[in-house]
Design a protein around this ligand. Structure first.
Ligand code: GLU
Length: 269
């Protein structure tokens, strides 16, 4: 009987020790998740940024060269240069308007630099940097189209937009009678416009100018009917990394590098 008690006690001690050990492991794990984003990026040896692959002039994968290029891509490279002193230490990951927030939230990317408007709704899900580019929503139509502005979007007009973008809701507010069709990405939406599936495509003027530059049969009309200030998004509550990105943007502007990048890609505006 005495023997039995001894074993029972030893077993209990063992269970307690195991539980304690597991507890230690857990607190270590919490430590790593709480480690600053910047530390994690440095340890990994590269910055991972979500950019568009289908938005000419901002984030665009050139089918001929396979290279991903644009204004947002150059901003991402400049951020890698600030962190590592080497602009090559950036991994570009494709996002669409719909996938960018979930991909940031589940840790696939460190930041979103992808024509993303700062909105109050999105601020509930992500932290935004200061504004790094000012766009506004507009319309792209085939040259000669009777649509000249948002006022011409009437009942029966089909307007094409992209899922997860601000554009769909914005145009519904300005032209409630028009029919809005939403696509997965800008490549699909532009293809749909060209194949006659809609009368106009709506998104930021900056993106539409890129499409018009790719196909001269299309033009941007009517000016802008919203303000779309772009911000770099990082995980919600990550104030440290947000501050770091804001000081990066400030330095980029003060050094003249921001103007150089902007001039390289943006001819209109
Ligand atoms: N700037 C708008 C937005 O963030 C449209 C461009 C985009 O879809 O990324 O929704």
């Amino acid at each position: 009987m005495k023997h039995k008690k001894k074993w029972l006690l030893m077993g209990l001690v063992f269970i307690l020790a195991a539980a304690l050990f597991a507890g230690c492991g857990k607190s270590k794990e919490t430590d790593t998740t709480e480690k600053s984003t910047l530390d994690k990026i440095k340890k990994r040896g590269e910055l991972v940024v979500g950019v568009k692959y289908d938005t000419y002039l901002f984030g665009y994968k050139d089918p001929k060269t396979g290279k991903v290029e644009g204004f947002d891509v150059d901003i991402a490279k400049a951020l890698a240069k600030k962190i590592f002193g080497d602009e090559k230490k950036v991994k570009l990951v494709e996002v669409t308007s719909k996938t960018r927030i979930p991909m940031l939230q589940n840790g696939q990317i460190d930041a979103i630099i992808a024509t993303m408007t700062i909105t109050d709704e999105r601020k509930k899900q992500v932290n935004f940097s200061d504004v790094y580019f000012d766009a506004g929503q507009s319309l792209l139509v085939k040259k000669g189209s009777p649509i000249k502005s948002v006022k011409d979007l009437k009942k029966g007009t089909k307007v094409l937009a992209v899922k997860g973008a601000t554009s769909g809701d914005n145009v519904k507010a300005k032209a409630p009678d028009a029919q809005v069709l939403e696509f997965e990405n800008y490549a699909e939406a532009f293809t749909a416009l060209k194949s006659g599936k809609g009368d106009a495509l709506t998104t930021d003027n900056s993106i539409l100018y890129g499409m018009a530059a790719q196909d001269p049969n299309y033009e941007v009309v009517g000016g802008t009917f919203t303000n779309e200030p772009y911000g770099i998004a990082v995980r919600k509550g990550d104030e440290k990394f947000t501050k770091y990105i804001n000081s990066f943007l400030k330095e980029l502007k003060e050094s003249g590098e921001y103007d150089r990048i902007k001039k390289k890609w943006i001819k209109q505006q």
